[in-house]
Design a protein around this ligand. Structure first.
Ligand SMILES: [Fe+2]
Ligand SMILES: [Fe+2]
Length: 297
């Protein structure tokens, strides 16, 4: 038990001492949360951060956004992509880069980790749009939903075996076992880290409850959608699970509390539409390998 307590302390010490995110993040959060902000305000928030500007332009010109004309200035990028996408890029890139100290020998695991996270972000945004919700921070919430795993890895090193915990090999994820072994789990650690970074409450809750939305008292729809997006992002790598079972049976067997909560929140339970979300994600998954080079550039 003492060993476990030491492990837990190492994790919380790491979170407490985790470096702040670049100033541009706070500024962009302020500007994008103020309904009176103009494109000029957003421009002024981003311009001082040259590397962020370069990254935004690269992403705006990538196949992800499929712009017919080259986007050659930040002003134009703001016009073309809009406040929401710029906010997503700035938050996403800052979070991804804050884990750049993970040693290169773990690059494969880390890349797989971000590919999964990226797909989860795409799925969450697509589902939110399909459900007629404001897509808002759904993409970012997916991109950062498992950052607690990276923080635990940074704190514990090989004791938090990347193949087992980061990639969730074997099962879709080993959530549940984590708490038994380390006394804390990645949603809690991720939520605390976002709290330290002063992220919006809705994002903190989505990340902190993405494996148990039923525990979230306020705004449960957000983690609930994220939970399904996470499931689909995993399913991309485990398509054999669909052999011989219906889509609805599969999702309900992995997420037994989902249907009840979905209906409770007045979301339409429509397995056919859910299947189309997964089919859409399978097509979009081709962008996954691009994400690391774009977000870390
Ligand atoms: Fe997770
Ligand atoms: Fe995940």
């Amino acid at each position: 038990m003492d060993g476990q307590r030491d492990t837990e302390k190492m994790i919380w010490d790491l979170v407490d001492n985790f470096p702040s995110l670049p100033v541009v993040v706070t500024k962009v959060l302020e500007v994008t949360e103020d309904p009176d902000s103009s494109a000029q305000d957003l421009l002024q928030a981003i311009l001082p951060d040259q590397s962020m500007c370069i990254a935004i332009l690269k992403i705006a010109n990538s196949a992800l956004f499929g712009q017919p004309k080259k986007v050659s200035s930040i002003e134009r990028a703001i016009m073309v992509l809009g406040f929401n996408e710029i906010r997503s890029i700035v938050l996403g890139r800052a979070v991804v880069n804050s884990f750049s100290s993970i040693p290169a020998k773990h690059r494969y695991s880390v890349n797989c980790f971000w590919e999964h996270s990226f797909l989860c972000g795409l799925a969450a945004r697509n589902m939110a749009e399909g459900l007629g919700l404001q897509s808002g921070d759904f993409f970012v919430s997916g991109l950062i939903h498992d950052v607690g795993k990276l923080a635990m890895f940074l704190a514990l090193g090989d004791e938090y075996d990347p193949a087992k915990w980061m990639l969730g090999a074997g099962r879709l994820e080993n959530y549940g076992q984590e708490k038994k072994q380390f006394l804390v789990d990645h949603p809690l650690v991720g939520g605390k880290l976002l709290q330290k970074w002063d992220f919006p409450q809705s994002l903190i809750l989505a990340v902190a409850y993405h494996h148990n939305p039923e525990g979230c008292e306020k705004g449960r729809g957000y983690p609930l959608i994220l939970q399904v997006a996470d499931f689909y992002a995993h399913l991309i790598n485990h398509p054999h699970l669909l052999n011989g079972t219906s889509h609805e049976e599969l999702i309900c067997s992995f997420l037994p509390k989902l249907k009840e909560q979905w209906i409770e929140l007045n979301l339409p339970w429509d397995p056919f539409t859910m299947e189309t979300w997964y089919s859409w994600l399978k097509i979009e998954a081709r962008h996954g390998s691009q994400v690391m080079s774009l977000l870390t550039s």
